[in-house]
Every structure is written in C-alpha cells, then in structure tokens.
Design a binder for this molecule. Structure first.
Ligand SMILES: Cc1cc2nc3c(=O)[nH]c(=O)nc-3n(C[C@H](O)[C@H](O)[C@H](O)COP(=O)(O)OP(=O)(O)OC[C@H]3O[C@@H](n4cnc5c(N)ncnc54)[C@H](O)[C@@H]3O)c2cc1C
Length: 362
C-alpha cells in the first residue's frame, strides 16, 4: 500500500515538498488560502501593486497526482489532522509547515487573498499620498522596503530606524556598510542605535510621531513596522513534549520532529532546529525531507537515515536588493554588489521560478 502523507501549509516548504513527493507517496497538501503568497515580491508590490497579478499564485496547477485540500487545520494527532469544518484526514506521516506571520502588508493575517490584496493596495494608496515614510526595523524586510520606496518613489523622504549599530551585524561588515551607503545615496536617512519607545502597532502601518530612545522624534505620514516574523504554531501546542519558543517556533530534533509523536514532523519557519526563518533554509530542508519520506515509504527506518543538518553559521546565502538594480548579496565566498544581486534576485524576485513550480504561464 502506498504510504500517505499530509502536509499542513502550502507555503515554500509545503508546496515544494508536496510537489517533490507526489509521485512517490499519497500526498495531501492542506492549505487555508486559495493562492500562494510569494513574500519577497510583496515588498515591491506595496510600491507597484500590479506585481500582485504574478506574485499571488493559485494552487490549481501545483500538483498533478497529489491533492490540495483547502481548509484550516485546527488539530493534529499521531494518526492525522482535523479541519475547522470537521473534516478528518488520516495519514502515515504528517508534516506541519504552517510558517509565520509578519507585517500586515508583508504576509496575509488570515486566509482571504482578496482581503490581503486590499491591504496592499490600501497601503500603496497611503504611500502615494505620503511625503514622509518611517520604517521601523532594519532587517531584510525593512531594508528592502526602504530600497524599493527610494527606487520606485524617489520623491518620498524615507527614514529607516535600526536599534543596532549597523546593518546586518551577523554578516561580514562590508555587506552592511555597502548597503548603508547605497541607501544613503538614494536619499534614505538611516538611524542606528535607537529604539522606538512608542510604536503603536507591530503589524499595521499608521501615521504619527515616533519617539526615539535618544530623545529625538520622527514625524511621518506613514510609519511601516518591519519588526520580524512570528511563527504560527498554535495547532502544535497540545502535542506531547512540545517546546514553543518566544518567537512561536517549535523546537525540533535532528529529524525535524517537534514532539514525542515519531511520525509528526515540522519544518520551515515554524520549526526551530538551527536554521533562520528563510526560504534559503527551506531550500535546504525540502531535499532532506523528500529523501527521508521516500526512504520511509520504501520501509527504511528513520534511524538508518542521516539526520538533517541546518545551515552552518555564516554559510547561508543572503540576497538583499534595493529595488531592481541595486543591492548586495552574500554567497559563502564573499559579498557581491549590484550586478549579481540584480541578476539573481532584484530584477525578477524569483517570481518566474515559483510561477513555474505552480504550473503558471510566465
Ligand atoms: C516580506 C517578506 C519577504 C521575504 N523575503 C525573503 C527572501 O527574499 N528570501 C528568503 O530566504 N526569505 C524571505 N522571507 C522569509 C520567507 O518568506 C519565509 O522564510 C517563508 O515564507 C517560510 O516558508 P514556510 O513554508 O515555512 O511558511 P509560509 O510561507 O509562511 O507558509 C505557511 C503556509 O501555511 C498556511 N497555514 C498556516 N496555518 C494553517 C492551518 N492551520 N491550516 C492550513 N494552512 C495553514 C498558510 O496559509 C501559508 O500558506 C521573506 C519574508 C517576508 C515577510
């Protein structure tokens, strides 16, 4: 009998894993939304919402053998999952890849793609009307947002606020230093080493005055919080021996299992096993999971399979475009500038790659 696998969450992890396994196991991918949201393109879509037509991708053509079931999973156990509408699906293996949430315009808060479109187009209208924009948080999303606005709407006065001493402290210093000078050249005012004392929302843009820890203020027509992701792990909370971190991520063992249920796995942003919350990490986890489930389906034991190894510190690549033409990339051997960053990510934001995965015309 063909082994059954349920994958909960059709984001980067779930969609790619389902596709890679559909000819080997009986695959059911359960996803609450009607379309996949290609997060890296949402930053540019706030500046240019026409991008949404290509970057929100329906699930209809993703699988040809496996099934996509649309619905919200509300509980997980050793033999399967239950959906909000009461539907029960059983399987031999269960992978939880429920991902994470972020700022309201960066990732959808709920299951409605129409509502998410409305949030992005609404924010675009506010951005168009604004003269001054303050972005709170200078991680990848905040820094890219500053770059996209300064490229696409150069008339805006953009302030990027970081609590750290420089951009991307975890990377070689050249990476952050070059990005800072490119942002400055584009007119972005980057403030380092200051915290916002009165941020009104961690997710929703608003207009107002930011009080900074150095006693100064920033008045902005539009304040965009870009303070990071929070993992979506509520359906795992009641599993035996689960350990949920402050970030919402669940601790996993070196076979990517979050609890004492031997056949329940967790991966992608929801899982904390040494990787960052990135598509780059997903790109390492999917091949291991795919190989592992094919081996398990062929009656191999998990103990015979080599455990998963996360990216080693400082080895994971990072592409940071500032609009389509500029930016910096880190690729193991060093830091690369505008040309490489534009060619690999900035120009297309990997949209074509994912449209191909989802069986869509480019
Ligand atoms: C704006 C932005 C830009 C980014 N750019 C990059 C980048 O350029 N490079 C990079 O490496 N990383 C980037 N990231 C990080 C990247 O988006 C995440 O690492 C990635 O989304 C993780 O994939 P995932 O499959 O684990 O989760 P997600 O992509 O979050 O997918 C989870 C899926 O699970 C579904 N789901 C959740 N709960 C349920 C449930 N109960 N029932 C059914 N379905 C459910 C959701 O609807 C969703 O489709 C970016 C993040 C943001 C916010």
């Amino acid at each position: 009998m063909t082994k059954k696998i349920i994958i909960v969450g059709g984001g980067y992890l779930g969609a790619e894993l389902a596709k890679s396994l559909e000819n080997h196991l009986d695959v059911t991918l359960i996803e609450q939304r009607k379309a996949f949201v290609h997060a890296p393109a949402m930053i540019r879509a706030i500046v240019n919402p026409t991008l949404l037509d290509r970057a929100l991708m329906p699930y209809d053509n993703l699988l040809s053998v496996g099934k996509v079931l649309h619905g919200k999973v509300t509980s997980v156990d050793e033999s399967g999952v239950t959906l909000m509408d009461g539907i029960r699906v059983d399987a031999d293996y269960i992978v939880i890849s429920t991902g994470s949430t972020n700022g309201a315009a960066f990732k959808p808060a709920g299951d409605s793609i129409d509502d998410f479109r409305a949030v992005i187009t609404g924010l675009h209208a506010k951005l168009k009307a604004a003269s001054s924009v303050a972005i709170v948080g200078a991680g990848t999303v905040g820094s890219e947002m500053a770059g996209e606005i300064s490229y696409g709407m150069p008339d805006k006065h953009v302030t990027l606020i970081s609590s750290e001493a420089s951009l991307f402290l975890q990377m070689p210093p050249k990476f952050g230093a070059e990005l800072t000078s490119k942002l400055n050249d584009a007119g972005v005012d980057v403030k380092f080493g200051v915290r916002v004392n009165n941020l009104e929302s961690l997710t929703d843009p608003y207009s107002g005055t930011l009080e900074l820890s150095d006693g100064t203020t920033v008045i902005a027509d539009l304040i965009i919080p870009a303070v990071g992701s929070h993992a979506v792990s509520d359906i795992l909370a009641r599993l035996p021996n689960i350990n949920i971190e402050k970030s919402g991520r669940v601790k996993v063992d070196n076979y990517l299992r979050p609890s004492s249920f031997a056949n329940v796995f967790a991966a992608g942003d929801v899982a904390s096993g040494g990787d960052a919350m990135t598509i780059v990490a997903v790109g390492r986890q999917v091949p291991w999971l795919s190989k592992t489930f094919k081996a398990l389906a062929a009656e191999q034991q998990l103990a015979e399979i080599k455990p998963y190894e996360p990216w080693k510190d400082g080895k994971s690549p990072l592409f940071l475009p500032l609009g389509p033409k500029k930016g910096n990339s880190f690729l193991v051997i060093g830091t690369f500038g505008n040309w490489i960053t534009s060619a690999i990510k900035g120009k297309d934001l990997f949209i074509s790659k994912y449209r191909k995965l989802f069986g869509l015309e480019d």
